[in-house]
Write a protein that binds this ligand. Structure first.
Ligand code: N01
Length: 527
């Protein structure tokens, strides 16, 4: 059995940086990755139109000044192949591959009395490690709902989160797509331009803001690179660690015309910074409604058929589900070959041999695409049979919902760390910024243990309980407490416990992590 100080599960952006950082500190590290390449979510999500919705000058590593100076993004929002190219460049540049074992899925992890972990892979290979770092991703276990008759469908089936490596040919084909979240919203305009027909099954309409993507503005790139460190530092002070130009004014302070004009300017800028148009969109339902009403007006302006436009207008609180960023999404519904099927009230009856039966009608397809999302944040972790102290399984521990401390450690599971786990800012912050912060905190913690000749660290139950209370308490002060249904709460997976998982507010999270470390890892038992 191969033995290491640390085994990292996953070679996405989190696993790659964990390897680089920990190896640099002199730990022996092995990364085990299910896919046959690096890049994690960007490795798997190869659907047409996939691209980042955070400016690539921000959605990139900052741990190496040389790396961030030498790499140039071709577009403001890099497309998926370029992000994978970047991941490969990082893997080569920092010689990561020699410590990554690809095409290897970890299926179980068992804590030994020695507080070391034994990991077993799908091919019965075993690794032993003193510490495990779970870099398994928040959106990596894709979800195909259990529709009746699935097994009967004879056409091609695809999922946006597990897209084939070869190019899918849509030419002359009748295509159906279920779901209208971020993935579908990016894929629909591209597929519509290729397929003979595209039928979109919408259960819940999404708010989407135009990306206005463009080739990288070289002047802007240069200005950022002139003082990249300061650019990163100032972004990290922002709520979501994004350079989103927050407006400190309440939406309710302005007259309606003035407010509309301001929303229009944000719409023209495009992207996620729309959420920062006013300081209370995320905390006050009345303010939120003004943003929603503005987006509704845009949808009605863009879409010719007003009945279709009305169906595309979300009735939910803006931001409850992740805001989408698109290129010509709403306008795609003006095409003759695109049909919107509203299944909000009725759902999908079943899948037949030829396609989908909904609203009492059968829709026949050559290709059926599931853009039905993920068992988010906990799915990939719970897919592994993780057994901690006294044989307790993580599944049992989390049967009422995920509980942990700092989003990084779980009581009963010593020497195990999660990156961008539930209870961390992760998906509601710039992911790569959050990843680097988590990795650096873990690296400092392991160095501290080594320097103090300690073998074991475990979150205290009371610290964990207070943390969950804190995460929920913060969410209660926002519009997320208004009954939001989304993968943030587990609501998209039938039977999954409902709990708001992300920690809201990157800067205050960092402060808490730093304070814990500064106070000798308060809230942890160390031995
Ligand atoms: O998944 P989703 P996604 N019957 O869960 C529908 C990130 N991301 O892959 O809303 C019918 O958002 C479901 O309907 P409803 C980003 O964080 C980022 O699109 O549950 N429909 C919904 O419309 C994003 O939030 C980027 O009613 C069913 C859709 O499927 C996250 O990934 C790009 C159904 C799922 O939407 C996930 O996005 C892409 C059922 N039984 C993704 N079950 C960028 O960076 C589900 N649906 C740009």
């Amino acid at each position: 059995m191969q033995k290491f100080d640390v085994v990292v599960v996953g070679a996405g952006f989190a696993g790659m940086y964990a390897l680089h950082k920990l190896r640099g500190l002199g730990f022996t590290v092995k990364v085990v990755e299910a896919g046959d390449g690096v890049g994690g979510t960007w490795f798997w999500n190869r659907y047409p139109g996939a691209r980042c919705d955070v400016n690539s000058l921000e959605y990139s590593y900052q741990f190496s000044e040389e790396l961030q100076q030498e790499w140039s993004w071709s577009e403001k929002y890099a497309p998926q192949p370029e992000i994978v190219e970047y991941a490969n460049h990082v893997a080569d540049r920092f010689d990561l591959r020699r410590d990554i074992q690809f095409a290897t899925r970890v299926i179980s992890m068992v804590l030994q009395e020695s507080s070391r972990w034994i990991l077993t892979t799908h091919s019965e290979e075993k690794f032993e490690a003193q510490f495990c770092v779970m870099a398994t991703g928040c959106l990596s276990k894709f979800n195909i709902p259990k529709f009746e008759g699935m097994e009967n469908y004879a056409g091609e089936v695809l999922h946006t989160g597990d897209w084939p490596k070869h190019e899918v040919d849509f030419e002359g084909k009748d295509v159906g797509i279920i779901g209208t979240g971020s993935s579908a919203i990016q894929a629909i305009p591209i597929i519509a331009g290729k397929a003979k027909s595209l039928t979109v099954f919408q259960r819940t309409a999404s708010y989407s803001i135009p990306a206005h993507n463009a080739a990288t503005n070289k002047e802007y790139e240069e200005s950022v690179k002139t003082n990249y460190a300061e650019f990163r530092r100032s972004n990290s002070q922002r709520y979501a660690a994004l350079n989103n130009n927050p407006n400190p004014v309440s939406a309710l302070e302005l007259e309606s015309d003035e407010r509309h004009a301001y929303y229009q300017s944000r719409w023209n800028d495009g992207g996620l910074s729309f959420l920062a148009s006013f300081n209370d969109i995320g905390s006050n339902l009345e303010a939120n409604k003004t943003a929603a009403t503005f987006v509704h007006s845009k949808i009605h302006e863009i879409v010719n058929d007003q009945a279709v436009a009305e169906l595309l207008c979300p009735k939910t609180v803006l931001g409850c589900k992740r805001l989408c960023v698109d290129t010509n999404y709403y306008g795609t519904f003006n095409r003759d070959n695109v049909t919107l099927v509203d299944i909000a009230e009725v759902g999908i009856d079943k899948i037949s041999e030829r396609g989908v039966i909904a609203r009492g009608e059968e829709f026949s397809f050559d290709t059926l695409i599931f853009a039905t999302g993920f068992d988010a944040m906990t799915g990939a972790l719970l897919d592994i049979d993780i057994r901690g102290s006294n044989g307790l399984s993580l599944k049992e521990k989390w049967q009422g919902g995920p509980k942990n401390y700092l989003g990084l450690t779980i009581s009963g599971f010593p020497n195990l760390f999660t990156i961008t786990g539930p209870g961390s800012p992760s998906v509601l912050a710039n992911m790569i910024v959050a990843i680097e912060q988590h990795v650096e905190w873990i690296a400092s913690c392991l160095s501290y243990l080594r320097d103090n000749s300690k073998q074991k660290i475990e979150a205290e139950v009371t610290a964990e309980e207070s943390w969950i209370e804190l995460v929920n308490g913060i969410a209660q002060t926002t519009v997320y407490s208004s009954g939001c249904n989304s993968w943030y709460t587990g609501a998209n997976i039938p039977g999954k416990p409902r709990i708001f998982m992300p920690y809201l507010g990157y800067p205050s999270y960092v402060e808490k992590c730093e304070s814990v470390a500064k106070h000798g890892y308060s809230g942890f038992k160390i031995s």
